[in-house]
Design a protein around this ligand. Structure first.
Ligand code: MG
Length: 162
C-alpha cells in the first residue's frame, strides 16, 4: 500500500441570473457560476485532486468542455465517474480537504450538506470530506464578486501491484 496526495484548483466567473452550485448543493444567490457543465468549481477541484492523486490525468481530459454530453451536466455525475476511475486504478480515499474562496454568499449553513453530497457521490463517510470557506478580503476578481475559486487536496491509498 502506498499513500498518494493530489491537488486540485478551479475558478469560474459569476454571472447574474444563473443557478449557483457548490459542492453538489444548490445555494440561493442572485448570481451563479458560468461554465459548460453546472460550473461547480468545488466539485471540479475535488475531481482534479482525486485524479492527480491516482495518477489518472485531469478533469479536462476525461470530460472535455467541447463535448456536448457534458453540457449543463451535474458535476456530481462527473465526481461519481471520477470515483469509478480512481477505484479502477486500485485507489481508495483516505480524506479530502477543500477551501472555497468567495465574498458571498456565506456558506456556513451549506458546508455540511456539501460534505455529505461529496461523500455520498464517492461512497465514503461524510467525516472523510472537509469543506471550508474564506473570503478573499476584497482583493482581486474574487474580492469584487466576479468569480469563485476552490482548492482541494485528496489523500489516497493505492494498492501496490506485485
Ligand atoms: Mg471547472
Amino acid at each position: 500500500m502506498n499513500q498518494r496526495v493530489g491537488i486540485g484548483y478551479d475558478i469560474h466567473r459569476l454571472i447574474k441570473g444563473r443557478k449557483l452550485f457548490l459542492g453538489g448543493v444548490k445555494i440561493p444567490h442572485a448570481s451563479g457560476l458560468i461554465g459548460h457543465s453546472d460550473a461547480d468549481a468545488l466539485l471540479h477541484a475535488v475531481c482534479d485532486a482525486l485524479l492527480g492523486a491516482a495518477g489518472a490525468g485531469d478533469i479536462g481530459e476525461h470530460f472535455p468542455d467541447t463535448d456536448v454530453r457534458y453540457k449543463d451536466i451535474s458535476s456530481i455525475a462527473l465526481l461519481r465517474a471520477v470515483g469509478r476511475i480512481i477505484k479502477a486504478k486500485g485507489c481508495r480515499i483516505n480524506n479530502i480537504d477543500s477551501i472555497v474562496i468567495l465574498e458571498e454568499p456565506k456558506l456556513k449553513n451549506y458546508k455540511r450538506a456539501m460534505e455529505e453530497a461529496i461523500s455520498a457521490a464517492l461512497g465514503i463517510k461524510a467525516g472523510q470530506v472537509a469543506v471550508k470557506a474564506k473570503t478573499n478580503e476584497g482583493c482581486g476578481a474574487i474580492g469584487e464578486k466576479k468569480a469563485i475559486a476552490c482548492y482541494a487536496v485528496a489523500m489516497l491509498t493505492k494498492k501496490v501491484s506485485k
